[in-house]
Design a protein around this ligand. Structure first.
Ligand code: ATP
Length: 359
C-alpha cells in the first residue's frame, strides 16, 4: 500500500459525551491529514442509544458489516448501563473486541506540566488483555461467565488461556522494544497459581525471543502501591483483563484523571480501534465541557499504528504532528478543560490543537 491509498476509517460516536469528543477528534485528524496529505475515507456509523432509536439496535448488523471493510475506527464511550432492558439494547464492547480479535488494549499514562498530575515524568503503558480473564460478558462462547446456582451462591469464572496470554505478551514485548525496553508482568501467581501462573509462564517463555527487553514481574497488590509511589520506574506493563482495567484507571488518577486516559485496541495486525478508557460521563454530557484529550490521543495512536502497519509514512507524520499540537494545547490553561486545571472547554481545546498543528 502506498501513502496515497486512502485509509478507511469509521466514526462511531457512542453515547453522551461521545457526541462531543468524537467529533472533536475527527476535526483534528481531518486537519492533520490535510496538512500531511493523508487521504482518509470517513465512514460515520450508527451505534449506541441513538442507533437503538433509529435502527432498533445498539449495534446494528449493518454497522458490524461495514466495520469489516475498514482499516480502523474511533469508538466513543458507550453508556450501556442506561440502556433500556430490551433485547437489542446490548453493550457493543465485548462483541467488537471479540469479533475483530482485538486482544490487546494499549493504555498509556503520561504526565504533563501544570494539569494536576501527582507526579512528573510519568511515561508508562499498560497493555491489558482484552478478551478473556474475569469479564463474564466476553470469556465464554455461550452463556455468561457468572452464574448463581442458588440464591446464596454466585460463581464468577476467570478464563486464562496460553494463546491469549502469549499473544498479549507478544504485543507488550513489541511495544517495549520500541520504547525504553523494559517490560513488567503484573499478576498474582502467589494465589492464582494456575491462572496467573499460566499467564506468567507464557510471558517468561516469550522473553527468550526478546533478549534486548529487560523484564521483571510484580505481584498486583505491590504494583498498585508502587504505581502510586514510583510510577516513573515503569515502562511497559502487561497484565490480565481485570487487573489491567483497574490499574489503568489508577494510572489515569496519577496524571489528571479519566480525561487523560487514552487507549488503542489492537490484535494480530488488521484493524485498530481507538477507544478512550473513560465511560460516557452522562453527568457532564451536552455541556461542552468534556475533556477530549483521551479521545484525541486514542485517535492519534490509531493513525500512528496504521501508518506503521500499512507503510503509510504520512499517517506516521500526522501522528507526530498531532502529539506536538496536543502537548502545546495542554500547556495553555485557557484552552484546556476544567478537570485538568483549565478554564476552557471541549471546543477551545480542540481549536488549540488545530491551531498548533505544524508540518
Ligand atoms: P464506565 O464504567 O462506563 O467506564 P464510569 O462509571 O467509570 O464509566 P465515567 O463515565 O468514566 O464513569 O465517568 C466517571 C467520572 O469521570 C464522571 O464524574 C465523569 O464526569 C468524569 N469524566 C469521565 N470522562 C471525562 C472526560 N473526558 N472529561 C471530563 N470528565 C470526565
Amino acid at each position: 500500500m502506498t501513502s496515497q491509498t486512502p485509509l478507511r476509517i469509521g466514526v462511531l460516536d457512542g453515547d453522551d459525551i461521545g457526541h462531543e469528543i468524537v467529533p472533536a477528534a475527527v476535526q483534528i485528524a481531518r486537519a492533520a491529514a490535510e496538512m500531511h496529505a493523508v487521504q482518509i475515507d470517513w465512514h460515520p456509523l450508527p451505534i449506541g442509544a441513538r442507533a437503538l432509536q433509529t435502527h432498533g439496535h445498539t449495534l446494528p448488523p449493518d454497522t458490524l458489516t461495514a466495520l469489516q471493510t475498514l482499516d480502523g475506527w474511533l469508538l466513543g464511550p458507550i453508556g450501556h448501563r442506561a440502556y433500556p432492558k430490551v433485547p437489542n439494547a446490548i453493550n457493543p464492547h465485548p462483541i467488537l473486541r471479540k469479533q475483530f480479535n482485538l486482544f490487546a488494549n494499549v493504555r498509556p499514562t503520561r504526565s504533563y506540566p501544570d494539569i494536576g498530575c501527582l507526579h512528573d515524568g510519568v511515561d508508562l503503558v499498560i497493555v491489558r488483555e482484552n478478551n478473556e480473564g474475569f469479564q463474564p460478558d466476553r470469556n465464554m462462547v455461550a452463556g455468561s461467565g457468572e452464574f448463581r446456582p442458588t440464591d446464596e451462591v454466585t460463581l464468577s469464572v476467570r478464563v486464562i488461556t496460553r494463546t491469549g496470554s502469549r499473544r498479549v505478551a507478544r504485543a507488550a514485548f513489541e511495544l517495549a522494544r520500541q520504547r525504553r525496553k523494559h517490560l513488567t508482568y503484573v499478576h498474582k501467581d502467589t494465589v492464582f497459581k494456575l491462572g496467573c501462573g499460566m499467564f506468567v509462564e507464557e510471558c517468561r517463555k516469550l522473553a527468550a525471543e526478546y533478549p534486548d527487553v529487560r523484564v521483571d514481574d510484580v505481584i498486583v497488590d505491590t504494583f498498585a502501591m508502587r504505581l502510586v509511589r514510583d510510577p516513573q520506574t515503569f515502562d511497559v506493563v502487561v497484565t490480565t483483563n481485570m487487573f489491567g482495567d483497574i490499574l489503568s484507571d489508577e494510572a489515569a488518577g496519577l496524571v489528571g484523571g479519566l480525561g487523560m486516559a487514552p487507549g488503542l485496541c489492537i490484535g494480530d495486525g488488521d484493524v485498530a480501534m481507538a477507544q478512550a478508557t473513560h465511560g460516557s460521563a452522562p453527568d457532564i454530557a451536552g455541556q461542552g465541557v468534556a475533556n477530549p484529550y483521551a479521545m484525541i490521543e486514542s485517535t492519534r495512536m490509531m493513525f500512528e499504528w496504521l501508518g506503521h502497519s500499512r507503510g503509510n509514512e504520512g499517517a506516521v507524520r500526522m501522528g507526530t504532528s498531532m502529539a506536538r499540537a496536543t502537548a502545546a494545547a495542554l500547556a495553555d490553561p485557557q484552552a484546556r478543560t476544567g478537570d485538568i486545571r483549565g478554564s476552557g472547554n471541549t471546543g477551545s481545546f480542540t481549536r488549540a490543537v488545530i491551531d498548533n498543528l505544524s508540518p
